[in-house]
Design a protein around this ligand. Structure first.
Ligand SMILES: Nc1ncnc2c1ncn2[C@@H]1O[C@H](COP(=O)(O)OP(=O)(O)O)[C@@H](O)[C@H]1O
Ligand SMILES: [Mg+2]
Length: 336
């Protein structure tokens, strides 16, 4: 478990004073992945550095397993910091060391015996699927493999928290998916609390149990991923939701956006709702996927004017929340 309270970072003084992080608070349980999203310059990397105390926060606390790391002496902090493993964007590997030697580094610093180190490194490389690559140098590894080495090294001292700052940035979608799958496995198998920092919304959808959006140093929206996705009023949910919109096909009709509001939406809801309305609903776009065992979906429907008054009520029977998109509808009327 990791919990931040009022974590604040201010650079400079007087007129040069910049509040980079403003009273950040969140809690990530064991076996939970919190994705922190935000645009470039939002303060994400500063947050990562404050969480693992590479940078001293101006005030606020970072509590890991019940201990506030911000109050520790530097000697105690060195020990306590082992509870947080960190993975960076560029993986930060030493180019002149093999994969195995990179993973061994934290163990060497700690004075672990050579035999123990060998055994632990083999176990770690195995865990991230790189047993065959132990003696390869970073330049001989793909981007995804380098990140796996970085993850193995971050896990060397058996942390309870894994902190990732843009670990999948620059990776292609397939490689990103495999790194994400590895992190989710590690979350479950090792009971990790993972803070996954990214600017990529589509990666959030793949990895997160919960999400916090950082903007100008403040958390402006947060919640469980499933709750955000199914909340029609959530701006973050709308950005994260898989989009299947092709509104230009809707000329002459009202355009409605529909989101799955319950986990038990029947798969044949379109046919059933059409039967209830006595007219077929035309689906302009739809996207449905599983997130954390729950079906999340969004659809864009074209609906004849005369049916519009009853649509929301009928769809609600099947666990769907519908809102009409007056803006798109008006634009289409202008075209027609
Ligand atoms: N040492 C520093 N002194 C002053 N400002 C800084 C310092 N480090 C970062 N910043 C500022 O903090 C803001 C957030 O930066 P950063 O945490 O790197 O954002 P992100 O990782 O979200 O792109 C930026 O405006 C940056 O200029
Ligand atoms: Mg950054």
């Amino acid at each position: 478990m990791i919990e931040l309270t009022d974590l604040t970072k201010i650079y400079g003084h007087g007129d040069d004073r910049t509040v980079v992080l403003d009273r950040i608070g969140f809690r990530v349980e064991s076996r939970e992945i919190l994705a922190v999203v935000g645009p470039s310059g939002a303060g994400k990397s500063t947050l990562a550095q404050c969480i693992n105390l590479l940078t001293a926060p101006t005030f606020g606390s970072v509590v890991v397993n019940g201990e506030d790391l911000t109050t520790l002496s530097s000697k105690k902090l060195r020990v306590a910091r082992r509870r947080i493993g960190t993975v960076f964007q560029s993986s930060g590997l030493f180019e002149r060391r093999t994969a195995a030697e990179n993973v061994a580094l934290p163990l060497e610093y700690l004075g672990v015996t050579a035999a123990e180190t060998r055994a632990r490194v083999a176990e770690l490389l195995d865990r991230v699927g790189l047993r065959e690559r132990a003696d390869h140098y970073p330049f001989q590894l793909s981007g995804g493999q380098r990140q796996r080495v970085g993850i193995a090294r971050a896990l060397a001292l058996r942390p309870s928290v894994l902190l990732s700052d843009e670990a999948t940035a620059g990776l292609d979608p397939t490689t990103t998916s495999s790194v994400v799958a590895l992190l989710r496995e590690l979350r479950d198998d090792l009971g990790l609390s993972i803070v996954f920092i990214t600017h990529e919304m589509d990666t959030v959808l793949k990895i997160a149990d919960s999400v916090a959006r950082l903007d100008h140093g403040s958390i402006v929206e947060s919640g469980r991923l499933v709750d955000l996705l199914t909340d029609p009023a959530s701006g973050l949910g709308a950005e994260l939701r898989p989009q299947g919109v092709s509104a230009d096909a809707a000329t002459g009709q009202q355009v409605w956006h529909v989101v799955y509001d319950r986990p038990d939406v029947p798969s044949d809801w379109i046919a059933r709702a059409s039967a209830d309305l006595g007219a077929p609903l035309s689906v302009l776009g739809a996207s449905v996927q599983q997130v954390g065992g729950v079906t999340i979906g969004a659809a864009t429907l074209g609906i004849p004017e005369r049916l519009a008054p009853r649509v929301a009520q009928v769809l609600a029977r099947y666990g769907l929340a519908a809102t009409s998109d007056v803006r798109v509808g008006a634009a289409l009327e202008g075209v027609a």
